[in-house]
Each structure stands twice: as C-alpha cells, then as structure tokens.
Design a protein around this ligand. Structure first.
Ligand SMILES: [Zn+2]
Length: 247
C-alpha cells in the first residue's frame, strides 16, 4: 500500500515535471528571436547577424546519394558559423536550431510559405543587420563541385556581401573550380538587409559530399563564411540594400 502510494507520488511528480518542461519549451518558443549566446568582445562586437539553416523538419531539401538530407548538413555548418561569429563578438539570430520547420502541421497557407515567413519574422524582429542562408547544392552532373554564393539581383549590398563571401571561400577552401557569386531569386534574400545564400558544396559530388561530413571541413567552411561576413562589414563603404519585397 505504502509502496503504491509512493509510486503514485512519483507518477504525479513526473507528470508535474513534464508539464513544467512543456511550459518552459512553450515560453522559449514564444520568446522568439533572442541572441542565442552572450557576445564576446571582438571585431564584430555590436553586430547582429542572422544565420538561416535552410530547410528542416518535413522539408529535407536535396538528398545525398547516401540518403542524408541537405537539412542536416545545413544545420551542422550553421551552428558552427554561429559559434564562430559569436567568438568574433557578434550577436547571432538563428532561424532554427534543430531539425524542424517553423510552420504549423496544417497551416491555412502552404507549409513552405508559413515556414519562410516565420523565418523572416525572426530575422527582422531580432534586429539582424545582415543575413546568410546556408544550403547545399546538387546537380545531375556529379562532377560539379565547389561553393556557390547567391544574392538578390536588385540588391547592391547583397551582391557585395555575396562576392566577399565567395572570394573568402575560394581563398580558404581552394575549390577545384573558383565560381563567381550569382544572382538568384530566393525569398530569404528579400528582407531588406544585405543577404547572401551560400550553397556550401555539391551533395551530388561524392568527394565533396564526403568532405562535408567531416568536422574539419565543415569547420573550415563555417569559418570561411564568417570571415567573409567580417570582411564585408569591414569595407570602408557599403552599398544600400534593396527595399524589402512585399509578398
Ligand atoms: Zn537548399
């Protein structure tokens, strides 16, 4: 009897603990875009930078031949990039920090749209002055390799940022093919702040995909992107970003 009573108390305690954990999680979610780590002193002190790990949850993105989804590679590098930027003094706004999309299970609009709009809201409400979105490339020709950075065509500031990050990645990673930054039509680049979308490498290229699964290479990629951001912010004169696009 006493034993049963005690186990009832244990059960009630377990239920209470679970309820508090849920409340805490709900509060953390509601609290929205907070800088995720206390900033250090450094060249990026006072800067607020958004890092978007592309895809997540139901949206896997591209798929490597071994079955691993792009969303996992993206998050790995995005988290490393956050740590690196924080070490340089920046505050970092992450659009996601785990394997989830930001949409409801059954939204009234397309899931992808709600996901992207909520990412945009986090970036803007968090006061980010610059954004990079981390992705992986794929192509039917498995010989294609190397990082490729995109900017919004009508945004001179985004073009400067993309070119600076592309140049830094070429210098740091010495890819077989040195690509130039390209214009691309991506929603995440239209938030009215200097923005670049970084395709870090090709999952369709077996050698590059294998590299992108190693800690050492992911770290080099993240630091190259971070150094590119720092170099852009250190430019003596920078162009204005395009207006935010109404969608
Ligand atoms: Zn992608």
């Amino acid at each position: 009897m006493e034993k049963r009573a005690r186990s009832r108390i244990h059960r009630s305690l377990a239920v209470l603990t679970a309820a508090f954990a849920l409340l805490a999680a709900a509060w953390a979610w509601e609290a929205g875009p907070q800088p995720t780590t206390a900033p250090a002193e450094g060249p990026l002190s006072g800067r607020v930078i958004a890092v978007d790990a592309g895809h997540g949850g139901y949206d896997g993105g591209a798929r490597a031949p071994n079955g691993r989804w792009e969303k996992a590679y993206n998050l790995d590098i995005a988290v490393r990039l956050r740590e690196y930027l924080v070490s340089l003094g920046a505050k970092v706004i992450m659009t996601r920090e785990g394997d989830y999309a930001l949409c409801d299970p059954n939204p009234p609009v397309r899931k992808k749209r709600q996901d992207m709009e909520r990412r945009a809201a986090r970036v803007l409400e968090g006061g980010a002055e610059l954004l990079v979105s981390i992705h992986m490339n794929e192509y039917r020709d498995s010989g294609q390799s190397g990082p490729q950075v995109f900017y919004r065509e009508d945004c001179p500031a985004g073009r400067e940022l993309a070119r600076t990050v592309q140049a830094q990645m070429i210098q740091a990673l010495s890819p077989a093919r040195a690509r130039e930054a390209l214009a691309g039509d991506f929603y995440i680049l239209s938030l009215g702040i200097p923005s670049a979308l970084v395709e870090c490498g090709f999952l369709s290229n077996p050698q590059e995909e294998a590299l992108l699964r190693t800690d050492a290479y992911c770290q080099r990629v993240a630091e190259a992107v971070g150094d590119g951001i720092a170099a852009y912010l250190a430019l003596p004169e920078r162009a204005q970003p395009a207006e935010r696009e109404a969608r």
